[in-house]
Design a protein around this ligand. Structure first.
Ligand code: ATP
Ligand code: MG
Length: 355
């Protein structure tokens, strides 16, 4: 009997700085996972980013969103380089793509692998996911300056929270929590903010009624900051708006060993749009070109990508190989206190692939 699994059309955007280094470490691991599970992985590499901007005056083609839509998912490294304005790369490329594709939710798992030093007390067994709303809140750019230049300047930043956007983020978080431990913590600040966050509380409680399998708690962001440090094992899926999600996910990344360990997914829940999977870190110009970037954030982003496309065995195979490689400190890169290179760690992961 032969079964036919649809091929996965993967677009890869290595980008700038350490982006190409961690992506080059990841693609062979994805290919091995695909081979091991009978998956036809078709990789198209796109040269979008800073070099292309310097060469052609545009970081990506005008029809970039259509190019992406012709694929099932995107693996993205990082963009940003000192000689190109951030407007072109960070805003123009990655944030532009997220907006054009309406990738409304940012998913950031935090998993403390055994053997990885974290500089934080007792992170053994930490395994949580932050679901961050990615389009609204405090980051919409609404507001203005009053009395500018008078010495009494007033900056007004207006946060926007809409039911439609809260609902779609909430649905995604409940579905995720249902597949995990069945616990969801909504993070708001409704004791001090009177409109937006109370709306979040109300809408998320309504969505909770359709998910009786998930236990919902509502936690104030200040209390959550303390809890993430004090008892992170009590947490499973966190749902937060744009600002709180941004802050808490950097905090949570530290629990797993820092930026080099933090994967993410940008997705449109329920939408037929390819997700963009990327390490949380940027192009890290301070270490770029030295071959010492930690590839784990990118490898785990690749695992997330395969998992979201339904290829759980391949995803689990990658995670187990990463976990096994990290048990041996000789494979740790400098950010983890070791002296291994990007390719050393990636080779150790490939060696440990059991699928
Ligand atoms: P951006 O604006 O693109 O987010 P940034 O300078 O704010 O850039 P990063 O590029 O994420 O942030 O770098 C932050 C710090 O983390 C730097 O010191 C960098 O060297 C370190 N870092 C980032 N990614 C990695 C990695 N994969 N391995 C090791 N260290 C990393
Ligand atoms: Mg940064």
């Amino acid at each position: 009997m032969t079964t036919t699994v649809a091929p996965v059309r993967l677009a890869v955007i290595p980008g700038d700085g350490v982006g190409p280094e961690v992506v080059a470490a990841t693609v062979p691991v994805l290919q091995r996972a695909a081979e091991g599970t009978g998956l036809d992985l078709q990789v198209t590499e796109l040269d979008w980013g800073g070099e292309r901007f310097l060469r052609e005056g545009a970081a990506m083609p005008a029809d970039a969103a259509d190019v992406v839509r012709a694929h099932d998912a995107v693996l993205f490294g990082a963009v940003g380089r000192p000689d190109v304005p951030d407007d072109e790369l960070v805003w123009g490329l990655i944030i532009g793509l997220r907006q054009q594709l309406d990738l409304a939710v940012n998913v950031r798992p935090v998993h403390a692998f055994p053997g990885v030093p974290t500089r934080v007390v007792d992170t053994d067994g930490v395994d949580l996911v932050i679901v961050r709303e990615n389009t609204e809140g405090e980051y919409v750019g609404a507001g203005g300056l009053a009395h500018a230049g008078t010495g009494h300047d007033i900056g007004i930043e207006v946060a926007v929270h809409s039911r439609r956007v809260i609902e779609r983020a909430a649905r995604h978080a409940f579905e995720l929590a249902g597949r995990r431990s069945g616990r969801l913590s909504l993070v708001t600040k409704s004791n001090a903010m009177r409109h937006g966050y109370p709306l979040w509380d109300r809408v998320v409680r309504e969505v909770a009624e359709q998910h009786p399998d998930v236990e919902l708690e509502v936690v104030l962001v200040d209390a959550m900051a303390a809890r993430l440090v004090q008892s992170p094992r009590s947490l499973d899926v966190l749902l937060a708006g744009n600002l709180f999600g941004d802050i808490l996910s950097d905090l949570a990344a530290v629990l797993a060993g820092g930026m080099g360990m933090a994967p993410s997914a940008n997705v449109l829940p329920g939408g037929d749009v390819p997700g963009i999977y990327e390490p949380v870190h940027g192009s890290a110009p301070d270490i770029a070109g030295r071959g010492v970037a930690n590839p784990v954030a990118c490898l785990l982003s690749g695992a997330l990508l395969l998992e979201d496309l339904g290829h759980t065995v391949a995803a689990t195979g990658i995670r187990q190989a990463v976990s096994a490689a990290l048990l041996d400190p000789t494979h740790h890169t400098p950010d983890l206190g070791g002296s291994a290179t990007t390719t050393d760690l990636a080779a150790a992961v490939l060696d440990r692939m059991e699928i």
